[in-house]
Write a protein that binds this ligand. Structure first.
Ligand code: FE2
Length: 212
């Protein structure tokens, strides 16, 4: 099988009490696993099975054929979830350190304004999807996307992503998505990883001032 379920970067109960072991057990062990298994089944013998996840996503994005749509959805969800696990840490939350903090202040005004924008994006996404902090043409932006769509399809680099499908929070927060997003920002975000992602991109292009 070309793709395997990546292990969580922490123990299944490591994010408690903010994200329960039960949530991670289902979200990683059942939902994420199902996306990876289904992807392997769909790409078997298609020639895509030798390609990277990113290549599969970009090659099938926007293709309306039924099987291609299914491949895209499962590949994108396999990627989104691996990315999402790395966005969190048992020692997460708080505020980013410099120089990321400085970049964010320049673009969003201050960290609280960024959090407000990210929360608005996460709660404003109708139905299933994600809230993102992305680098787009050298500009930091906050946005959301519907269903499985990852920012790479629009040429953006994801720096931070929050899964706002109900399966991400329903066991712990029921229908209170806003509470889940608050906890994600205040207690779970691994800002060191976000900073590393930004730094690796900055080496290629400087950040310009913009917000959306
Ligand atoms: Fe999810």
């Amino acid at each position: 099988m070309p793709f395997e379920l990546p292990p969580l970067p922490y123990e299944v109960d490591a994010l408690e009490p903010h994200m329960s072991a039960q949530t991670l057990k289902y979200h990683h062990g059942e939902h994420h696993r199902a996306y990876v298994d289904k992807l392997n089944e769909l790409i078997h013998g298609t020639g895509l099975d030798a390609r990277s996840l990113e290549t599969i996503i970009l090659r099938t994005a926007g293709d309306d054929r039924k099987t291609q749509r299914k491949i895209f959805n499962n590949a994108a969800q396999a990627w989104n979830h691996a990315f999402f696990w790395d966005c969190m840490s048992p020692k997460g939350g708080g505020a980013p350190a410099r120089p990321l903090a400085r970049q964010m202040d320049k673009v969003f005004g201050d960290f609280d304004k960024f959090k407000g924008l990210f929360k608005k994006s996460a709660t404003g996404q109708f139905g299933s999807g994600y809230a993102w902090l992305v680098l787009d043409g050298g500009m930091l932006k906050v946005r959301s996307s519907a269903n499985a769509m990852p920012p790479m399809v629009e040429g953006q680099t994801a720096l931070l992503g929050c899964d706002v499908w109900e399966h991400a929070y329903y066991l712990d927060y029921r229908n209170r998505r806003a509470d889940f997003v608050d906890v994600f920002l205040d207690e779970l975000v691994n800002w060191e990883v976000v900073a590393m992602r930004l730094e690796s991109q900055l080496a290629q292009r400087p950040v310009r001032l913009a917000m959306r």
